[in-house]
Ligand binder design. Structure first.
Ligand code: HEM
Length: 477
């Protein structure tokens, strides 16, 4: 085993040990017809291999190896200190997405719920439905039409300040800064750079403890993460108070951002969201929508540098749109609808390297899947990476081919970068706006090349280039 794998593996062992000991003390129900598979080593289960595959850049290997070993559409394992069934392919995705709230419910490691508090991702059933509905009214296409111009403005400012005049930059960290700035501006109308920078510093610490053992003792990532979350909440509490006053004075409008929307609008019964939950939901949106987008943007840059014939067509499409605009005119919703080829390319980037490798559910009851019993409380995993690499649904799966998305595109449940069913990504349409607007400005402003064409992508837990993807830059014209 390489040293780079041993260190996180050892850390994981330390993290899981107390949790596993607690679990071993629990009596185990006996179930005669469990899916084939192995719970692996005592205490750590198969977590080390799960982790090794992610750090090696191919999380799907963990699943593929077991699918071929057991020759079954479902297998059992134990990762993250939990007994787990992994359901394979479009059929597994369909089962989990369409049984939300019936046989299964969204599950995140307990650290997530403890840090986020009561908000969309820590709720299930009707409560989650109600929160999602309130948030969706800001993220639906009608509402997003109003913000495309702002996204364009913020993107242009970012490129002018951080990219123009540079010969070289580290793409990943720069893009992270951009997606964070954009989220602060659009979700909460924060324009003060010092506040953005303070929030970004806290957020950086916060992220390290989100998927971790929830040990709230000094020295642990979780402890630091909790402190950082408290600091973020303190800043946001001040902001909420300020927005309330502005709303009363009518110097802010209920539709200017998600925060004012949640302050001013109730749920379907007119009940207002408690202030603490508004703040938790803002924290959650920053968490869910920031790294996913920066990771996707960095992958787009990497793939386009490796595929000159694809880049050429993206350039042609984006230049035509730029040429149709008067000088200084911002991108509008209608322009995004013309970026069909570019969106197919982005979709293929997300198929080749899924920004979110998959996620988890919990069994609400004992149920049968493909003839096997899945006991209540077991965790379930669906995998976007594995589904996207399945040659039965994506012929020549390892080859980049954006034409897969022409016409009706991939078969249902075979392309799932944003999940599916009631817990599908809330920010899908927002991400489309963010990614296309960035691509438009990047393409029209710059040419770039990779400093290290062999730079590896690993999952941690999102795909990231190990060296941060340094690129050489030149203005396009
Ligand atoms: C390319 C970018 C993105 C990708 C690939 C992505 C992917 C995903 C996936 C796979 C899920 C479903 C998890 C599950 O089924 O358990 C999800 C959920 C979610 N995403 Fe995204 N996401 C992206 C961007 C965003 C953005 C920009 C936002 C915020 C505006 C966002 C907010 C959320 C939220 C709040 C959820 C939880 C929904 C729920 O629990 O009902 N995402 N995302």
């Amino acid at each position: 085993m390489e040293a780079s794998t041993l260190v996180p593996a050892f850390a994981l062992l330390l993290l899981l040990l107390p949790l596993a000991v607690i679990k071993l003390l629990k009596p185990k129900a006996s179930h005669p017809n469990l899916p084939p598979g192995s719970f692996g080593w005592p205490v750590i289960g198969e977590s080390l291999e799960f982790l090794r595959c992610q750090r090696g850049g191919c999380p799907e290997k963990f699943i593929r190896d077991r699918m071929s070993k057991y020759n079954s559409p479902v297998f059992r394992t134990s990762v993250l200190g939990e007994p787990m069934a992994v359901l394979y392919g479009p059929a597994g995705n369909k089962f989990l997405f369409s049984n939300e709230g019936k046989k299964v419910a969204l599950w995140w490691p307990s650290s997530v719920g403890k840090l986020m508090g009561r908000c969309l991702v820590s709720k299930v059933g009707d409560e989650a439905r109600s929160d999602k509905k309130m948030l969706m009214s800001f993220f639906n296409p009608e509402a997003l039409k109003r913000i495309v111009g702002v996204v364009d403005e913020v993107t242009k400012d970012h490129l002018r300040i951080h990219w123009e005049g540079k010969d070289q930059l580290e793409a990943y960290s720069t893009l992270k800064q951009h997606t964070f700035d954009l989220a602060c501006r659009l979700f909460m109308s924060i324009t003060d750079p010092q506040l953005v920078s303070r929030l970004a510093d806290h957020f950086h610490v916060f992220l390290r403890g989100v998927i971790d053992l929830p040990l709230n003792v000094p020295g642990t990532n979780f402890y630091r993460s909790k402190k950082a979350a408290d600091s973020i909440r303190k800043e946001l509490r001040v902001l909420v108070k300020q927005r309330r006053v502005e709303l009363e004075k009518k110097t802010a409008s209920p539709s200017q951002d998600i925060m004012t929307h949640l302050i001013a609008n109730g749920d379907e019964n007119g009940k207002l969201m408690p202030e603490a939950e508004i703040i938790n939901n803002m924290l959650n949106l920053l968490f869910a929508g920031h790294d996913t987008s920066s990771s996707t943007l960095v992958l787009i840059i990497k793939y386009l540098s490796e595929l000159p014939y694809v880049l050429e067509k993206v350039v042609a499409e984006q230049r035509e749109i730029a040429a149709s605009k008067a000088g200084g005119e911002l991108i509008q919703w209608g322009d995004l609808q013309k970026m069909r080829y570019s969106w197919n390319v982005i979709s293929e980037v997300m198929r080749m390297t899924a920004p979110v490798y998959g996620s988890f559910r919990e069994a609400l009851v004992d149920f049968t899947y493909e003839g096997y019993t899945i006991p209540k409380d077991w965790k379930l995993h669906w995998s976007a990476c594995t589904t996207h690499g399945d040659p039965d649904y994506h012929p020549r799966a390892p080859t980049f081919d954006e034409s897969r998305f022409e016409g009706s595109g991939p078969a249902p449940y075979s392309y799932v970068p944003f999940g599916g069913g009631p817990r599908m990504c809330l920010g899908l349409e927002f991400a489309r706006v963010e990614l296309l607007v960035f691509l438009h400005n990047l393409i029209n402003g710059f040419r770039w090349s990779l400093v290290n064409p062999d730079e590896k992508i690993i999952y941690d837990p999102m795909p990231i280039p190990v060296e941060g993807l340094p690129i050489r830059l030149r203005p396009r014209d």
